[in-house]
Design a binder for this molecule. Structure first.
Ligand SMILES: [Ca+2]
Ligand SMILES: [Ca+2]
Ligand SMILES: [Ca+2]
Ligand SMILES: [Ca+2]
Length: 583
C-alpha cells in the first residue's frame, strides 16, 4: 500500500497518453522487483484546475466494507452450463426508505429481495422480514424507486421473470403489495421484466412508470446454444424474439393506465435492458433513452400531448461509433466535460467498446469513447452496471463499471476472454481523457467477478460518493469512498411543493461556482436493473460555495439560490430557503 501511494501516476492527458501508460507499466514492474516507489514523471499538457492539475491521483481509495457493515447476504452459485436466465442477474438500490436521511440498501434476489436499513455509523440491519419483503416471492430481476402515491415515503417496484410487484411503503416501516390495485399485472403478462424507472412524463405531480421487457423465453425457446463446436453455453439475444417496453401513466389514486403503444413504445426496438431519463429538448419535459440488447437504442423525445418520438437515429445515439447496435446493459447521464450539456455513458458486449455519447449542438450526440481513451480498455470486457460519480470531488465526473461475461464457457471460446472480470474505475482528466484506476488501485475492485447491478450514493453522508455492486456469484460490494477529502462538495436533496412528486423527480439544476458550470437532475433510475441515491451531488474542487443554483422544478417553476456553502447536504424545499439536512 505504501508503495502504491508513492507510485503516483501523472500525466496521461492527450499527447502524453502513451508515455503515461508505458510509465505505469514500468512502475509496476519496478515495484514488483524493488518493493519501492517510483519517481514522479513530468506532468503533460495545460492545467485548468488547481485541485488536480489533470493528474490521476493515486490517493483515490475505495474499501469494500460490506462485511463490517453487517451485510451477510450472498447470491447463490450458478448452475453450469448457465442459461441466459441464470446469468441475467439482479439489480440493487440505494434509497432512503424510512426517511431518516440515510440511504438504505435493497438487493434484488430470488425468491425475495433483501432490505438493509442504514443505522448510521456504517452499520446496516437486515429488515427484510419486518418490512414484509420475505413474503414478496418471485423470480425478481430489477427495481425502481419512487413515491408513486405522494405520501412522502419511497415506494418500490420490482421487475422479474413473469413477475411484477408495486410495493407501497407504509410509513417507512413495511411494504404492502398494491400491484393489482394499481392495475398492474403481477405476472407481467408473462413477460421477462428488466429495467424500470419512475418519472413524471405527463403531469408534473404524478410519477409515470417506464417498464422494460427483455425477450420471449417460453418452453419452446432454446435454453443452451452450441456457439462453438462442443461448447454449450447461454444463447445470444439473437436466438430470441424481442419484447418491447411499456409506458404506464399514473392516473392518480394509486392507479396506472398503459399509454397506447402507438403513442410511444411501438416505436422502440425491443430487447430492452435499461432506461435513463433526461430533458432532451430543453422544454423541461423529461424524455428517456432505452438501451437494448443487440438492437438499436431508442431516444424517446417527450412531445407532450402528441406523444413520444424516437429520435435516436437522427440524434446519433442509436448505434455505437462502429455503426453496430450496442448491447446496452447500462446507461447513465452526466456532463462529463462540463459544457452544460448532458452526456450518456453506455456499456457494451465483449469485443465492443463502451460509448460516451457527448451532447452537442442541436441535441446531436457524438461517441467520443475513442477520443477520450475509453474505447480501447473497454473493448475486451463485458459491461453491466455503470455509474458516473465524481470519486475525488474535483468537479469532473468519473465513472465506474461492473463487468462480467454472460457465457460461462467464455474462456474456452476465446483464450483472451474471462467469465469473471475486474471492475473499472475511469478517472476523468478534465473532460478530455479517462484512465482506468483499477490496475493502479488493485484490491477488491481488481478481483474478477460477475458484475451486474450497480448503484451510486453517499451512504454515510460524508460528501464522498460510494458504490453498491452486485456480484452475481457472491456478496454485494459496498465500496466506501475513502479518498482523502481535499476537495469541496455539495449535495442537494430537493423536495417539490406538490405532494404527488414530493421527491422532485425530473427537477433540473444548473449551478455555477467561479464560472464553472455544474448540471444535475433528479433521476435515480439508471444502470443495470438498479436505482441510485436520488440526491444531486457535485464535487466542487477548490470552490467553497456554489455562487448560484438555478433549479427548474418539475412543475416548470424556477428558483434561484445564491452563495450556497459547500461541504453540506442541503435540503431544498420548493420556494423555500435551503436548510442543512441532519440525518
Ligand atoms: Ca434510511
Ligand atoms: Ca457535456
Ligand atoms: Ca473526478
Ligand atoms: Ca460516502
Amino acid at each position: 500500500m505504501a508503495a502504491k501511494i508513492l507510485c503516483k501516476f501523472v500525466a496521461a492527458v492527450e499527447d502524453g497518453r502513451r508515455r503515461g501508460w508505458a510509465w505505469l507499466a514500468g512502475c509496476w514492474a519496478l515495484l514488483a522487483v524493488l518493493g519501492a516507489g517510483c519517481a514522479h514523471p513530468v506532468a503533460q499538457g495545460p492545467s485548468r484546475n488547481a485541485s488536480t492539475n489533470g493528474q490521476v491521483p493515486a490517493s483515490v481509495q475505495f474499501r469494500n466494507v460490506v462485511h463490517e457493515a453487517g451485510i451477510t447476504f450472498q447470491w447463490p452459485a450458478l448452475p453450469h452450463p448457465a442459461t441466459i436466465r441464470d446469468i441475467f442477474g439482479y439489480g440493487c438500490a440505494f434509497a432512503d426508505f424510512d426517511g431518516d436521511g440515510r440511504q438504505d440498501i435493497l438487493l434484488v434476489a430470488e425468491p425475495h429481495p433483501v432490505l438493509y436499513r442504514n443505522l448510521g455509523g456504517d452499520t446496516f440491519q437486515d429488515i427484510t422480514h419486518t418490512a414484509g419483503l420475505d413474503r414478496v416471492l418471485g423470480a425478481w430481476t430489477g427495481c425502481a424507486v419512487g413515491d408513486v402515491d405522494g405520501d412522502g415515503f419511497l415506494d418500490l417496484l420490482l421487475t422479474g421473470f413473469r413477475r411484477l410487484a408495486l410495493l407501497h411503503n407504509v410509513g417507512g416501516q413495511r411494504f404492502a403489495d398494491c400491484t393489482v390495485a394499481a392495475r398492474l399485472d403481477p405476472h407481467n403478462h408473462n413477460k421477462w421484466g428488466a429495467g424500470a424507472g419512475f418519472m413524471p412524463l405527463h403531469n408534473a405531480n404524478r410519477l409515470d412508470l417506464v417498464l422494460l421487457n427483455y425477450v420471449r423465453y417460453g418452453p419452446q425457446d432454446p435454453k443452451l446454444c452450441e456457439i462453438l463446436p462442443g461448447i454449450r453455453t447461454a444463447c445470444p439475444p439473437s436466438a430470441y424474439h424481442g419484447e418491447r417496453g411499456e409506458l404506464w401513466q399514473n392516473i392518480g389514486a394509486g392507479r396506472f393506465k398503459e399509454v397506447p403503444p402507438d403513442r410511444c413504445m411501438a416505436h422502440t426496438s425491443g430487447k430492452c435492458l435499461v432506461v435513463a431519463f433526461a430533458d432532451l429538448d430543453g422544454t423541461g419535459r423529461m424524455g428517456f433513452y432505452i438501451g437494448n440488447d443487440g438492437e438499436p437504442a431508442d431516444l424517446m423525445l417527450n412531445r407532450g400531448p402528441s406523444g413520444f418520438q424516437n429520435v435516436a437515429k437522427e440524434r446519433g445515439i442509436a448505434y455505437a461509433a462502429s455503426g453496430k447496435a450496442m448491447a446496452a446493459m447500462s446507461a447513465d447521464w452526466a456532463d462529463y466535460n462540463r459544457d452544460g450539456r448532458l452526456d450518456l455513458l453506455v456499456t457494451n458486449f465483449s469485443d465492443e467498446p463502451y460509448a460516451i455519447f457527448q451532447g452537442g449542438d442541436h441535441g446531436l450526440f457524438t461517441d467520443v469513447a475513442a477520443d477520450t481513451g475509453v474505447a480501447e480498455p473497454t473493448r475486451k470486457p463485458l459491461g453491466f452496471g455503470a455509474k458516473w460519480l465524481d470519486v475525488d470531488n474535483d468537479g469532473w465526473p468519473d465513472f465506474a463499471v461492473a463487468n462480467g461475461h454472460v457465457y460461462d464457457a467464455a474462456e474456452k471460446m476465446d483464450p483472451l476472454q474471462t467469465f469473471r472480470q475486474p471492475m473499472m474505475l475511469f478517472y476523468n482528466q478534465e473532460g478530455r481523457h479517462f484512465v482506468d484506476l483499477v490496475p493502479l488501485l488493485g484490491g477488491e475492485l481488481a478481483k474478477p467477478r460477475l458484475g451486474r447491478g450497480m448503484a451510486s450514493g453517499d451512504f454515510d453522508n460524508d460528501g464522498r460518493m460510494d458504490l453498491l455492486v452486485v456480484d452475481l456469484e457472491g456478496h454485494p460490494l459496498l465500496l466506501h469512498n475513502e479518498t482523502p477529502a481535499h476537495n469541496h462538495w455539495i449535495t442537494l436533496d430537493l423536495r417539490a411543493a406538490q405532494a404527488g412528486n414530493r421527491f422532485a423527480y425530473g427537477a433540473q439544476v444548473r449551478a455555477t461556482a467561479g464560472g464553472t458550470i455544474f448540471v444535475g437532475q433528479v433521476s435515480p433510475a439508471s444502470a443495470y436493473l438498479s436505482s441510485s441515491d436520488p440526491r444531486i451531488h457535485f464535487g466542487l474542487g477548490t470552490h467553497v460555495r456554489l455562487d448560484r443554483v438555478a433549479i427548474r422544478w418539475p412543475d416548470g417553476s424556477r428558483q434561484e439560490l445564491l452563495n450556497v456553502p459547500a461541504d453540506a447536504v442541503w435540503r431544498v424545499r420548493q420556494g423555500k430557503a435551503p436548510s442543512r439536512a441532519t440525518p
